[in-house]
Design a protein around this ligand. Structure first.
Ligand code: CU
Length: 147
């Protein structure tokens, strides 16, 4: 084999090595559809009990936001404000052992809990008889993750 023949052999050997390397790299790379692993974080969320309506008998009280989302493993620091100028309300999230029996008008309370397991956890006003629509003062914490 002459010098040119050896050059071709070396060229194809290098080309084959690059192709093998590329195929191996592709085999060990996550496909585009795979999601990144979730790293637990501290998540600060504000929630407020908001009053809508001028007439006392027709007032509507709701938690805003009504849905709070966290990832399993996150520590949630919840700042709860009662913006109702006239009545006290409470906050209960039984799935996370959070219970604040009373938040006076205009006051804010901060609680902290670990979102341990994926699921939907309901929260509600903890002060029975706070308003005619007490039973409607509900919300949910959605904890995402693989069960
Ligand atoms: Cu209430």
């Amino acid at each position: 084999m002459n010098g040119r023949g050896w050059l071709l052999v070396v060229f194809f050997l290098v080309l084959g090595g690059l192709a093998a390397g590329y195929l191996t790299w592709q085999a060990y790379t996550l496909p585009m559809s795979a999601s990144r692993p979730v790293v637990p974080q501290e998540r600060e969320v504000s929630v407020a009990l908001v009053t809508v309506g001028a007439e006392e008998t027709r007032q509507v009280h709701r938690w805003v936001p009504g849905t709070i989302v966290a990832n399993a493993g996150d520590t949630v620091i919840l700042t709860i404000t009662n913006t109702d100028p006239e009545g006290a309300h409470g906050f209960a999230l039984p799935g996370a052992n959070v219970f604040v029996p009373e938040i006076p008008p205009g006051q804010t309370v901060t609680v902290r809990f670990l979102a341990q397991r994926p699921g939907i956890y309901l929260f509600a006003c903890a002060k029975t008889g706070c308003a005619p629509d007490h039973a409607e003062q509900k919300g949910q914490v959605v904890v995402l993750g693989m069960p």
